[in-house]
Design a protein around this ligand. Structure first.
Ligand code: ATP
Length: 453
């Protein structure tokens, strides 16, 4: 027993045993904690998914027509105020096997838009069997985000109620069968040239100024709705040869003053329709106006049309890090969240400014945090270089501090028509013809989803 060597070996083995027991207990405890953590995670995600399931079920139910009658007090209200009574119309349902997804077209804060190809619901001939309609498919940016899905569902219901109009993005249909699994697809017409803001910025270098200002003739003060006859001399679009005649460029490889005028008229036209529904857009800006190859435009992005508390855009002005589009907002919209046709008119004035500066930033010299004070003190956007004074006057009317003194969209459309009638009648005829054709092709969109053809 006194052999120190033997004692050392014995001590060593006792130590090893103790260490083994210690590690075993320690390991067991760690394992226990890990299992506990897993069980907690599993329960939490089960609870979450149960909550999500019921939230999705609510969204799904909300889309169906409950037959509940709309209170009279809401009947004349803007669509966003009666969203709870706007059903998703079943005839818009697209069979998901008829829809093929392609590349991403764009991502917003809340949605992702992909290009897609749509087969006809009931092809009658072999030809029809083969043809595909290019479409845009919008889904929630994060499919697990209930708020995004609910906002998309509201956008869909709004679009059902909006119907079709040449300068407004038309709904083709939707895939709602998987909504309870978190997948909602909103399918709209495909607009091939992206947003107008990017187009103007990308084509700045090829812009041709066709505005002829006759400096020799003294301009009388501009009147609002009755452009003076002298305007015929002071506001002409010249052809390269020098003939004083409207130039209409059909190719997208060109950008001229006449295009800017045409875009302005078309935006006003689309907004006049929305205001007549009535619908307040709330986020009218060139980034939300889409352009087609034939230079007709579509007002898009009705996600903002519904006042949504959860949308960062709508956080009150004093909340931190709010990406409020203040440079497009009227003072009353920014200050007390009062969104009306009149606040849309203010934004329309800013769109005109964007047009005539070829995508310039409104108030470029004013910091975002100072814009409100600047506007409040009467500061406004300056007159763009290639903009006739008469159009700048229209912008200033749109930016009247008092909403009730701003023109309505009907008045703005009238103004444009009269203005173009005097200065560019051919351009007006051209735009009107294009819009008639667009209306025809939009009315044919229903054919693609009609099961009873
Ligand atoms: N019908 C369409 N055809 C072609 N491109 C489209 C179409 N709809 C949207 N896009 C593209 O996708 C982008 C994002 O679309 P949209 O603005 O609707 O998303 P959003 O998430 O609602 O954006 P926001 O953050 O402004 O609310 C657009 O800027 C545009 O480039």
């Amino acid at each position: 027993d006194d052999d120190p060597e033997k004692k050392e070996v014995k001590d060593g083995s006792t130590f090893t045993k103790r260490a083994l027991v210690f590690f075993f207990i320690y390991g067991f405890l760690v394992l226990l904690a890990f299992i506990g953590f897993l069980v907690w995670r599993l329960r939490r995600s089960k609870n979450e998914s149960r909550r999500n399931d019921s939230a999705l079920q609510n969204i799904y139910n909300g889309m169906r027509d409950t037959g509940e009658e709309m209170p009279d007090s809401l009947k004349n209200c803007p669509l966003d105020e009666k969203i709870d009574y706007l059903p998703y119309k079943k005839q818009y349902e697209i069979a998901k096997e008829n829809l093929e997804k392609k590349n991403v077209l764009g991502k917003g804060n809340f949605g992702i838009v992909k290009k897609g190809m749509l087969r006809m619901a009931k092809p009658k001939t072999e030809e029809e069997e083969k043809i595909r309609l290019p479409v845009a498919i919008k889904s929630a940016a994060n499919p697990y985000d209930i708020v995004q899905t609910s906002m998309l569902a509201e956008e869909l219901r709004l679009m059902c109620a909006i119907g079709k109009f040449p300068n407004v993005l038309a709904l083709i249909g939707a895939v709602t069968v998987d909504l309870r699994k978190g997948c909602l697809l909103v399918v709209t017409e495909f607009v091939d040239c992206g947003d107008l803001h990017t187009f103007l910025r990308d084509n700045k270098d090829i812009f041709e100024n066709h505005l002829v200002e006759d400096k020799t003739e003294k301009c009388e003060p501009d009147s609002y709705l009755t452009p003076l006859s002298t305007k015929r001399k002071t506001y002409l679009y010249t052809q390269e040869g020098g003939d004083q005649e409207t130039v209409i460029k059909e190719s997208l490889k060109s950008l001229a003053t006449s295009d800017l005028l045409s875009f302005g008229l078309q935006i006003a036209n689309g907004m006049q329709y929305l205001a007549s529904i009535p619908l307040v857009h709330r986020d009218l800006a060139l980034r939300n106006v889409l352009l087609k190859k034939n230079k007709t435009i579509r007002i898009a992005d009705f996600g903002m049309a519904k006042k949504h508390e959860s949308k960062d855009y709508y956080k009150p002005k004093n909340s931190k890090n709010n990406p409020v589009p203040i440079r497009w907002m009227s003072p009353e919209a920014y200050y007390c969240m009062r969104f009306t046709q009149q606040s849309d008119v203010w934004s329309f004035g800013i769109c005109l400014y964007e047009l005539f500066t070829l995508g310039g930033l409104p108030y470029p010299d004013v910091k975002s945090e100072d814009v409100y004070t600047y506007m409040h003190n009467g500061g406004r956007c300056f007159q763009p270089e290639h903009c006739h004074v008469e159009l700048y006057n229209l912008m200033k009317l749109c930016w009247n501090q008092k909403p009730e003194l701003r023109p309505t969209f009907s008045v703005i459309v009238e103004y444009f028509i009269e203005h173009m009638n005097t200065s560019a009648p051919q351009l007006l005829e051209y735009v009107e013809r294009m819009l008639r054709e667009e209306a025809k092709s939009q009315s044919q969109l229903d054919e693609w989803i009609r099961m009873d053809r």
